[in-house]
Design a binder for this molecule. Sequence first.
Ligand code: NAG
Ligand code: NAG
Ligand code: NAG
Length: 439
Amino acid sequence: MSGWPSQKLAGLWVVLPFPPRPSAGPPSRRRMRSSCVLLTALVALAAYYIYIPLPSSVSDPWKLMLLDATFRSAQQVSNLIHFLGLSHHLLALNFIIVSFGKKSAWSSAQVKVTDTDFDGVEVRVFEGPPKPEEPLKRSIVYIHGGGWALASAKIRYYDELCTAMAEELNAVIVSIEYRLVPKVYFPEQIHDVVRATKYFLQPEVLHKYSVDPGRVGISGDSAGGNLAAALGQQFNQDTNLKNKLKVQALIYPVLQALDFNTPSYQQNMNTPILPRYVMVKYWVDYFNGNYDFVQAMIVNNHTSLDVDEASALRARLNWTSLLPTSITKNYKPVMQTTGNSRIVQEIPQLLDARSAPLIADQEVLQHLPKTYILTCEHDVLRDDGIMYAKRLESAGVEVTLDHFEDGFHGCMIFTSWPTNFSVGIRTRNSYIKWLDQNL
Ligand SMILES: *[C@@H]1O[C@H](CO)[C@@H](O)[C@H](O)[C@H]1NC(C)=O
Ligand SMILES: *[C@@H]1O[C@H](CO)[C@@H](O)[C@H](O)[C@H]1NC(C)=O
Ligand SMILES: *[C@@H]1O[C@H](CO)[C@@H](O)[C@H](O)[C@H]1NC(C)=O
C-alpha cells in the first residue's frame, strides 16, 4: 500500500522511542519534572504533527494547518482500520466524516428541506421561500465533492451551502446523494447523477417544484465538479436533453488523470487538503485499480510517449500551449519517453472522457452551456480548471474563470465556525453572485 503510512505518521516513530531520562532529586519534584518533560514532549509532538510549511499567501494558514492535521489523523485512523482488516479505509474515513456532521432534513421559515428519491437515487431538495411576484423558481442540481468516495449531501457543510443557495437565489437546489466508492465504481457515480437529473427535468416534476424549465443549471465541487462536467457533456450529446441546462458551474473540478505534473500539481504536490499522491489514490480507487500503479502515475509513466493509446489525447492537455506564462512560470512538462503501458491496459478508464472531461472532442465542447469555473492557487487541480476554461473558450463557449490567489482545495465549503475561512466566504459569495446574474 503505497503512500501509507504517510510521511508525517512515519515521523512519529522517529520521535516516540526516546523516553524522558530519569532524573535525580526528591520524588515529588522528580514527578513534576517528568510530567513537565512529558508535557513538553507532547506539545512538541503535536506541533510537529500539525506544522506543515505553507505559503504565506494562503488564507488563514494556522487554521488550515489544524484542519489538515484533523483530516490527516482521520485518514490515518482509517488506514489503521484497513490494515487491521476491519473495514475498507474509505468506508472508515467516510464513517468518521459523516458521523462528525450529518444533519437531518430540517426546514426553516426560509428554506424547505426534504429528503426523497428521484428514480431510485436519493436526493435532498432545498426550496427557497415562495415569492408571489416570482411564481417560477430557478434551480441548480448540485453534486458534492469528496473524491467519489467521501462526504454526503446530508453533512453540515453541503447542507449549509445548499440552504444558502436556495435562500439567496430564491431557487430550488437538488443535492444528489449518489453512491460512493467502494460500494460502486466508475461509471456508476455518473449513472446516478444522470438518472436523478433526467428525472428532475421531466416537465411534471419541474412543475411540482415550481421550477422554470428554462432556468436549470448543474454544479458541483471537486469530484462533484468532475461529475457535473461529465453530465453536461453527456446531456449535450443526447438530442432529447440538449439545451436543457442553462449553465454549468464547476468549483475546483477534477478534470483529467493523464498528467499529474501540470504546474499546479508540481507547485502543490504537498499542499493540504489534497496532496498529489492522495489525489492519484482517489483516481485509482474510482476505477477500482491497483495502488501499485500510484508511484508510476505520479511521474506520468502511464502516459509516456511509448503508450500509443495516450498519444492522440496528450495534445488536448498540452499545458505549454493552454496555460499562460504567468501560470507555467519555470515549470517543465514531465513527458517520459518510456513508461509503463500496462497501466492504461489494466485501467483504460483513465483515458475515458467521461472520467476526464478535459480530453473530450472539440465537437462535444462547443455546445456546452455558459460556464463558470472557480480555481484556487494552492490546489493541485488549479490547472485542470484553467485548461478546461481555455478549451471551452476556444470552442466558442462563454466562460467565466474565477481565480482565488489565497484559495486552497475545498475552501468553498468552509464558511462557518470553527472551520470558517475568509476565502471560504469570498468564494461562496462570488459563486452565488455569478449564479444570480447568469441563471
Ligand atoms: C517509469 O518507467 C520507467 C521505464 O519503464 C522505469 O524505469 C521507472 O522506474 C518508472 N518509474 C516509476 C516511479 O515507476
Ligand atoms: C505542446 O505545445 C507546444 C507549443 O505550442 C508544442 O511545441 C509542443 O509540440 C506541443 N506538445 C504536444 C505533446 O503536443
Ligand atoms: C471565524 O468566526 C469567528 C467567530 O464568529 C470570528 O471571530 C473569526 O474572525 C472568523 N474568522 C474568519 C477567518 O472569518
